[in-house]
Design a protein. Structure first.
Length: 210
């Protein structure tokens, strides 16, 4: 992954989130504050603008800047969670103009751990983690098996999408949705859904539709 691809990924995520804003808001209205789509759209649009205006020498710098922008621009839980994930991803990458798929796998793992640490969530809690972890696992496994970046990104996108869909059957144990108890069952988690959009954007930017 080079700088242009890293920027392209963030820009594509901004477009995907904006296109799905109404759906994300609808999902969040059922079990949260109803502002996930609006907040995340505003945040990633700010990310796209900042990256367009900036100069970067490494993919890591791109993600650190994207994460910092989300933290400063997005309210609620999504800004700190996504922001911390991207900042940790970026900091885990080696310096230089490009990183290998194995480097990115390690970065995705670091991003996952940042989300888990900040939110205290584990798989099955009906959160971002339920899409990010299977995506990171799939990406890592594909790379370990000799797959290239498009293959790994494609597998990650599929895993994230399936993980997000599976949250509909889960009982929320973290965040505002946890206050609903059994009533949270039957609703897909908005954070996991937007995470699936993030990984789909990566897959598409590498030339794999996922």
């Amino acid at each position: 992954m080079e700088v242009d691809l890293a920027i392209g990924w963030m820009r594509a995520t901004a477009d995907a989130v904006a296109a799905a804003s109404d759906e994300l808001t609808r999902l969040d209205a059922a079990i949260g504050d109803g502002d996930h789509g609006v907040n995340l759209t505003r945040g990633f649009r700010a990310v796209a603008a900042v990256l367009e205006a900036g100069t970067f020498t490494s993919a890591g710098e791109v993600f650190v800047k994207a994460g910092s922008t989300l933290i400063s621009k997005v309210g609620g839980a999504s800004g700190p969670l996504y922001g911390s994930a991207l900042r940790s991803l970026g900091k885990a990458l080696p310096p230089g103009p490009s990183v290998t798929p194995a480097d990115l796998a390690a970065g995705l793992r670091a991003g996952l751990e940042a989300v888990r640490k900040l939110g205290g969530a584990e798989p099955g809690d009906k959160t971002i983690v339920d899409a990010w972890k299977p995506a990171a696992d799939a990406f890592e496994a594909t790379v370990a098996a000799g797959g290239d970046l498009p293959a790994a990104a494609g597998e990650a996108a599929v895993a994230a999408r399936e993980g997000a869909r599976a949250t509909a059957d889960l009982l929320a144990r973290k965040g505002r949705a946890s206050y609903l108890g059994e009533r949270s069952v039957g609703h897909q988690d908005p954070g996991a859904t937007s995470t699936a959009l993030l990984f789909r954007a990566l897959s598409e930017q590498t030339g794999n539709s996922g």
